[in-house]
Every structure is written in C-alpha cells, then in structure tokens.
Design a protein around this ligand. Sequence first.
Ligand code: GTP
Ligand code: MG
Length: 941
Amino acid sequence: MSSNTVAEFAKERNTTPDTLLQQLKAAGVDKATAGDVLTEGDKQRLLTHLQASHGSGAKKITLTKKSTSEIKQADAAGRARTIQVEVRKKRTFVKREDTPAEVQANAESMAKAVQERATAQELVRREEEARHQVEQLRHQEEELAKERQEREERERREREAEERAAAYAAAEAAKVAEAKAAKEEVKREHAAEAAARATAQAEARAKAEAESKAKADEEASRAKDLDERRRKALAEAEAIRAMMAAPKKVLVAKKPEEPKKAAPAAAEAKKAAPAKDGAKPAAGANAGNGARPGKEVKSAKLSSSWSNDAAKKKEIKTRGDSSGGVAGRSNWRGGPRGGRRGGDRHEQQQQQAPEFRQLEISVPETITVAELAHKMAIKASEVIKVLMKMGQMVTINQPLDQDTAMIVVEEMGHTAKVAALDDPEAFTAEEVSNSEAEQLPRAPVVTVMGHVDHGKTSLLDYIRRTKVASGEAGGITQHIGAYHVKTPRGIITFLDTPGHEAFTAMRARGAKSTDIVILVAAADDGVMPQTKEAIKHAKAAGVPIVVAITKADKPEANPDRVKQELVVEEVLPEEYGGDSPFVAVSSKTGQGIDELLEQVLLQAEVLELKAPVDAAAKGIVIEAQLDKGRGTVATVLVQSGTLKVGDVVLAGQTYGRVRAMLDEDGKQTKEAGPSIPVEIQGLNEVPQAGDDFMVLSDERRAREIATYRAGKFRNTKLAKQQAAKLENMFAEMSAGDVQTLPIIIKADMQGSQEALAASLLKLSTDEIKVQLVYSGVGGISESDVNLALASKAIIIGFNVRADAQARKTAEGNDVDVRYYNIIYDAVDEVKAAMSGMLAPEKREEIIGMAEIRTVFVATKIGTIAGSYITQGHVTRNAHFRLLRDNVVIYTGEIESLRRMKDDVKEVKEGFECGIKLRNYNDIKEGDVLEVFEIKEIARTL
Ligand code: GTP
Ligand code: MG
C-alpha cells in the first residue's frame, strides 16, 4: 500500500477521512486528524476490526432456482408429445461491506459528487454555449464589416465610372459642338442635352451617395446593436465563469434560474441572425418563416374541399375561437407547431384564409381511430393524443364505440352526429317501398305456442296428417317448423315453436312474424311457465289468441280448470266477454280440431290480411342451417311479394342467388307467394334466424349491403368484446379466483345453437363462469378442435358430429368433444361438470362430547385433560371446542389421545381417556370438550 496518511488511505478506500477516522477509533487506532500517519500495523488492525464486525464469512451467495414444466404438443403424425421445459434462474447475493453510517456517508458523497459533476458539466456546457454565441456574433460582425467594405469599394468604382462617363459625354458634346459649329441648333440642343444628362447624372450620384450614407448609418447602428449584444453575451459568459468559481452549494441553489438567463442570450443571438439579411429589419421575424403561410393555405384548401365533399358546411370559425374552449382543442392541427410560431400566428390569421372549419361529422356505431381521423381530415396521431388525454390508450386500427368517437369529435371542435351517411342501409328504404303492386288477400300465419309437451306438434301433425312429433329427438321440438295447410276454407300457414324454456328467442320470433297465435294448454296440466311466457309474447306482438285446450280425450282432462287458470293470466274466453275463442281438442281423436281451424279462419277474416303478390319478395328467416350436401339452407317465410328461383336475396348479413327452392314437404318449387314458407339454397353464409330477407335487383348491391352489415356487426362485436374484456378483468380482480368453463358449441341449426348458447351461459354463477369461446352452425371441423385446444375448451356438438380429421386431432390432444341431440342433456351435463369444478363445501360434524374430570401435568408432554366421553366418540385427528359454562373459550385440534399409557386412535362413549390439546393448556375441571370433524361435501349448482 502506497498511502501513509489517513487522508490518502481514505481516498484509496473511497471514503472520507472523517469516516475512516471513526473506523480507526473503533478499531483502537487513535488518530486525530486526516494528516496523521498510518502504519501497516494500524491498517491491519482496522482490517481485522472490520472483518470482525461484519463477520468474515462468505460475501457472495449464489442461488440456482430450477423449475420444470410440461408442454403438450401434437407432432406431425397427430400424436401427443410431452416436452419437458426446464427453466433455470441464477441469482447472486453480494454481502455489503460498509456499515450503515458508511453507506450513508458514501451515498451522500457519491450523490454530492454526481451533483457537483452534473452542475460542473452544465456550467461548462453553458459557458461553451455562450462562447459559441460570442464567436458567432464576432463572425457575423466580421462578415458585415467585409460586406460593408466591399460595398463601399463597389460604390466608389461605380461613382468613378459614372464620373468618367459624364466627363466623356461632356467632352464629346463639346467636340461635336466645336466641329460642327455651323450646324448650330441641333448641335446646341445636343450640348444642352448632354449637359442636362450630366447634371442628372450628378444628381443621381449625389442621391446614391446620400443613400449609401444612410445605409452606412444604419449598419453602424446595427453594428452598435451587435456590439451591445456581444457585450451582453460576454457578460453572461463572465457571470457563468464567476459562478463556476464561486462555492458549489450556492451554485446548486441557483441552478433553477440558470436556463432562464441562458435562454434570452440564445434568443437574442437567434434574433440577430435574420437581421443580417435585413432589408426590412422590422419584418425580420416574419421573413424567417416566409415559407410557412403558403403551406397553411394549402391545408386550408384541402380541408375546405373535403368539407364540401361532406356537403355539410358549417360556419367558419377562426382558430382563435376553436382553441379558446376545451384545453384539448388547442392541440388541434398544428398545435405543437403553434408554440414555435408564437406571436406571428395572430398576424398570419388575419392575412390568410381561416384554416379551421367546423365540420359535422357523422359517427357510425363503431369507427376505427384511422377512419375517424380521416373524417376530420387530421392525422390519426391527433386522435390518439386526444384519447390519451381522456385516459385511453388506443391503436390506429382500434374501433371506438360511438360515444367515445363523438366525444373525440367534439373535443376537436367539430360537431358530432349520430348515424352514418355512408350507410348503405339508408338506401334500402326506398327499395323497400318500391312495391306498388296490388294488395291481394293472403293466408294467415298462425304460430302454435305453449308449454313443453302440451301437444303442439301433435296438434299440427293431426291437422297436416303427418307424424313429425314421433320423429323428434326425445319427443321435443327444438326448432321452428313451418307448414302450410290447405283446408276447405282456405290456406293456413302454421309455425310450430318449441315449448322448452331454452327457446324463448324462437318463441319471441314466432310471435313477431305471425298474425294469430294458437295458445296450447294441456287439459291435464293447465297453465305452466311457458304457457305464461307464450301469452306474454303474443300480447307483446299484439296478435289475437285462439286457445286450444289439448289432450281433451284424456280421462284426467279438466278443460274448465285450464280456462280458469287462463282467465287469471288475462286470456278471456268469448263467453266471459273476452275476445279469445277457447276450443277443447284432441290430437288422438280429432275432437274439436275442425272448430279450432274454423275459429282461426274467423279471426283471420277479421284481420283482412293482404299483401302484394306481384312484387319483389320480402319476409323473415325462420331457421337456417349448413347442410353438407346442399350448403346453406334457410327456411324463410315470404310475407309479401313472390320469391322465385334465381332471385337475388339479401338476408341479414348474408346474400346470394336462390339456387333451389323446396316446400315443407321437400318438393321442388319454382316460386313462393305471401304466407308461404320455403327452404332456399344459395346464400353465401348461414343467416341468423329472425333476420329479415328481401329480394334486390342487383347482386352487387346485395353483396355491398351484406358486407357492410357484417362489418358493422363485427365492429360492434369487437368494441363490445374489448369493453367486456376489461369488465371481466375488473370483475375477476375483485372476485378473486373465478373459474371459467370455456365451451365451443356447434349445432345443426342456427336457432338451436342460439338457444343452447343462451341456456349454457345462464348456468354461470359467481364462482364459475361459462365462457362461450365460439358457437357456430355445422359439423365439428379440425379448426374447431384446434380452437378448443388453444382455449382449453370443451366442444359441444348438438346434432352434429366431428369429421374424421377433427376426431383424430381431438383424440390425439385429449380434447373433450361431447355430442347431444336433446338440449336438456347438454345443459344438465355442463351443469354437472361445473359442479365438479366448485370448491367443496366444508361442514363441521359433531362426533362427541367429553367432560374434563381431572387436569394433570406430565413432565414431558404438558397439560393433559383427564376426560370422560359422555356422548359419541373422540378421535385423535378431530377438532374441539372448549366450553366452560356453555361458553366457547377456545377452538383447536386434539394433539393426542391416550388410554392408560397407550396412544389410541379413538375412544368411545362411556370410557375415560387423556386428551392433550394442541397449543392449549388453560383447562379446568368441569370444562367440556365438544369434539367435531370437518367434512368436505361436494357442491352442486
Ligand atoms: P314440445 O314441442 O317439445 O314443446 O312438445 P309439444 O307441445 O310439441 O308436444 P308433443 O306434440 O310432442 O306431445 C307431447 C306428448 O303428448 C306426446 O307423447 C303426445 O303423444 C301426447 N299428446 C299430444 N296431444 C295429445 C292428445 O290430444 N291426447 C293425448 N292423449 N295425448 C297427446
Ligand atoms: Mg313440439
């Protein structure tokens, strides 16, 4: 070691002499000042002391953490492979050497050093800047001087040349005058002219001189100005230098003021620069930005032409107005630049056409950030900025919901308007009303509704002389059936709806697209929940109700009771002054069915149903499915006009040309008039049940609208999903660990898929959420299985099966695929699966009571309760509650159980034993132990 004084050693150890002196003192080396000499022995003692105080053990500990996990992956052959993944993390902990005091001292000194260095650097930088400015000023001055010299030189030369020319002209004139004295007048004129020219020239010269003098004066004053600034800058530099020399603390304290001082100097230097080219020093600041106003004009033009496009011009607002209101608005167009332009902005505004036009922006249901920005003719980043201020981080392609988008529009100073100008749906209205064809009477559409198994399908079967009901899975109807029946008194179209509670949506649709409702209530069962629901739907749709009390043939049938129950539900029979005919019918014997039809037709007559026949067809999609052989098949009910093969159809978000048409018996037909249900093929995708359909003249137009609707739907869905995701996040955060059961539904029919999805989603509880990953119509494909794999979902196939490839992938990856053909079964099984996911409930079960008769203390074991089992039994692993005068004093576990001197597992009623309580000794004679076990009980939903 080279150091031999305390100060040097301190420096070597990277600490302050004071700290070192303290440490030395602690080590027993007595040194008073920093200048004292240290011997090797002193240093050794210090070292030993420090080692002793910190422990001389290992200073470094390295831990290696290893975790192993598994990934399941299918290989090329489709077999499942398990890959082991090992993650190793190494972490080294280094023991600190310094005492806390030292650490603090070190930290302080380091912070101080850093601060000092930073201040010093800052000062050096500023000095450098000032010097640079001075340099620049000097340079400018030199240039000016040079220029002045050059100009003077040039002017002198010009003057000389002029003088010479004048002299020459005069001489020449004199010469001519002399030589041709005879030719008097002309020559004299010449001479005079020359003289005049000479005087004029002399005058011009004088003027030029005066001008140059003025210029010189001006320059002189500018030079003086420059001088002044230079002096200022120098003074500034001097001040900075002085500050550097001054004590550091003062410098640190002064720091915040510094930039202000340096800034004016820089600004002045900058201002001086344009003055150099200054023919018009006053306008100097403006001249420097000369290029910009042009640009402004251009952008103003652009935006104005755009707003003309939008055909919605509004009053012209100046920028000053628009930036006045909301803080966010000032950011609008060129906001950041505005700061730089500063004071001249106002001037420009008066010169240029106003560049901000308030636009009326129509905001559709959803709009992406980019589209919104485009509508306002600004950059997307401006929109993003505004949203950021509102606390939303968005990307350029993110769809915004209408509300948010409208706020952004208002924030930008425009007016926002709901709806969409570019919405092709706006135009379909005229196409809708184009049918001026003659209105002709049409058949009534009758929907049969009622509780499950009350005989709706059987009734229709009887009327149609078919046997649909017997062919149904589980005997329940799971989708809407549509049939038209020719009766002697006219055609009736029937819609058969399912009675199971899951199909609410179908019943609602059925009621909406109907003229009359046949309310079915079984004579042996009466009014049931779905009977009530059906009444509600019918009343909501405002359609007349004809009541059919079914199963009237049954011995236990009681039509009168049903009638009473219906009256309670406010369905009044005609004989009670109401308007609903009641007919008791039987699908077994055919009793009452003719009368029922009679009543229906009567109601229809009252309604005077009419529809145009010779017009483009319109109607409703009743059901839709994806058929393997036929592609998309939709059952539609024509409500007006005539649907023909070859027509271009727009149905919801789908479109297509009708390739083939089948009636309800599966026979090919060419056309279908009002109130006739048909199956059509040829739509590009499966429409939603309940969608409206219409025939359009132009396929391209149909495609356009369908695509637009699909896009709108997708965007709406996306916007909703994003919101939902967030909501979920918060819900999950607050709810702790909510379990989810992800499912994928594939069904044969669109309606069944919808009903199944609704029923399954309804199973969600606070603890377990059913998460619908995907639901669709059609067979289970490999991509469905892959989706299930990725989302850990189970697949539910309703009346559909997995194809070979999907089955293989599912088997290889253990994806759970379940098939159902009855909606209850699916719901019940999912319910069971969810019950299995529920955390078991813990329940206490009291197994016995023990009375403490003696308390003794064993040396090795502790306090033991000598007890008598008064009731039940006591086991070694049980819990207890200590009761004293029937008050619970303590609850805990039994540690050990002894009879005589042996450990036992259980002691029965009527026996004595020793009980040791875990972690509890405060027991008394006469206390009672209530012994219980905790049982886990599986829960159900
Ligand atoms: P969902 O469509 O599933 O709501 O049922 P549904 O209302 O269509 O009932 P469905 O026609 O399937 O009949 C249910 C059961 O009742 C069947 O077993 C029928 O045989 C029986 N049934 C229906 N109508 C009558 C009837 O008039 N008399 C007797 N005795 N039985 C009937
Ligand atoms: Mg049925």
